[in-house]
Design a protein around this ligand. Structure first.
Ligand SMILES: O=C(O)CCC(=O)c1ccccc1C(=O)O
Ligand SMILES: [Mg+2]
Length: 363
């Protein structure tokens, strides 16, 4: 039985500003959700990021407050089972992710299982992750070399912030300094290019055999026919990320034109539905990568557990904790390009002993 529900707003500065073709941010604001039942506490993070496809902070706050005020006195398993038929969180995926994370953290603690095993019995205990280096224009060859030396096999860069020709020139310089066997580049254009610009740069990337691992969201209007045409030009996968939700209801996964999907549980609105979608995609021969939304440790832990539950071969975009200059608690961190998970029950998120256990708002 749920005894107490808490909401704690937070505002965390980044070490350096995050930038992309869809804009950026220098802080992450959100709410830590806590749910206490039978002496256990479950946590979730609500960190809306409209540019990535979530609701706005205002919409989140209304939905979260309305849902959480009704939770006290209820049964955890029942709340989880009824989450889908409850309309309150239907159009607020970041809020739904926070609520489902907190309830699932509790349920997996009660089941004496790490969250990943509670989600999927054949979950992995370690996962490959990519480094996130920032924008291509800012990254230096020695940054890349340093990440390679730390054991990262995939380094992600934001492209599309300068002309395609300038991007290509910068990629060629980087490619000269890396051993393509050791490290490959995951590019994310966040919808920066026209179809013609994308055709041109893909042709160049293929011509110079640059060590590209994949490219997310190449075009402004990501219509499946155009994506399929672009995908046919390159051997590496193109991926849909923030525009995926607009096609999910109307398109079969095999008709999206891309070989890969980037799934963010805070954008898709929860753990179970993201896992189901990921498994459907994999069964259809489409690759899946999970990523965070640069949320706090309370949001990053369940995303990492979810990525481990999927147990796929690719590097996931969850090595984002280092972007934050402050956090709500210890975050999962990469070592040699991998995150190793312990057998600790629940999501793994804990508030440090030094921080107040009493949330700002309780219901
Ligand atoms: O994939 C990663 O390594 C980090 C996640 C990431 O890049 C991201 C984080 C917040 C919002 C959008 C994106 C993105 O992939 O476009
Ligand atoms: Mg992306």
């Amino acid at each position: 039985m749920i005894e107490q529900v808490g909401l704690r707003p937070y505002d965390l500065p980044l070490r350096r500003a995050w930038d992309s073709a869809r804009g950026g941010f220098a802080r992450r604001r959100g709410w830590l959700v806590s749910v206490v039942a039978d002496g256990l506490t479950g946590y979730g993070d609500c960190a809306p990021l409209p540019a990535a496809g979530t609701e706005t902070a205002d919409a989140t706050e209304i939905a979260l407050t309305s849902y959480l005020t009704r939770l006290t006195g209820q049964d955890v398993a029942r709340c989880l089972a009824e989450l889908d038929s409850d309309p309150t969180l239907n159009s607020t995926p970041a809020a739904r992710y926070a609520v489902e994370s907190a309830l699932s953290d509790l349920a997996s603690q009660r089941a004496q299982q790490p969250l990943r095993q509670w989600l999927a019995p054949d979950a992995a205990d370690r996962l490959a992750v990519n480094a996130m280096l920032g924008t291509l224009g800012q990254v230096r060859a020695d940054d890349l070399a340093a990440h390679a030396a730390h054991g990262f096999r995939v380094c992600k860069l934001k492209v599309g912030m300068q002309t395609p020709a300038a991007d290509l020139a910068a990629l060629q310089i980087l490619a000269q300094t890396v051993n393509a066997e050791a490290i490959r580049l995951r590019l994310d254009a966040n919808g920066a290019w026209t179809i013609d610009q994308a055709r041109w740069i893909l042709e160049q990337l293929a011509r110079f055999e640059l060590p590209i691992e994949s490219l997310e969201e190449p075009i402004i209007k990501p219509i499946p026919e155009h994506l399929a045409e672009l995908q046919a030009r390159v051997a590496f996968p193109l991926a849909l990320d923030e525009s995926l939700v607009t096609y999910l209801a109307t398109h079969d996964l095999t008709q999206l034109g891309v070989k890969r999907l980037v799934l963010k549980p805070a954008v898709l609105g929860g753990l179970r539905r993201t896992l189901t979608l990921a498994q459907r995609a994999q069964a259809a021969g489409i690759e899946v990568v999970m990523t965070s939304v640069v949320d706090s440790a309370a949001g990053l832990w369940p995303t990492v557990q979810l990525a481990a539950a999927l147990n796929g071969p690719l590097a996931h975009g969850v090595a984002t904790a280092d972007w934050l200059a402050a956090d709500l608690g210890p975050a999962p961190r990469a070592c040699a390009g991998m995150i190793e998970l312990s057998s600790q029950v629940g999501s793994g998120f804990e508030l440090p002993a030094s921080s107040s256990k009493q949330p700002a708002i309780t219901y």
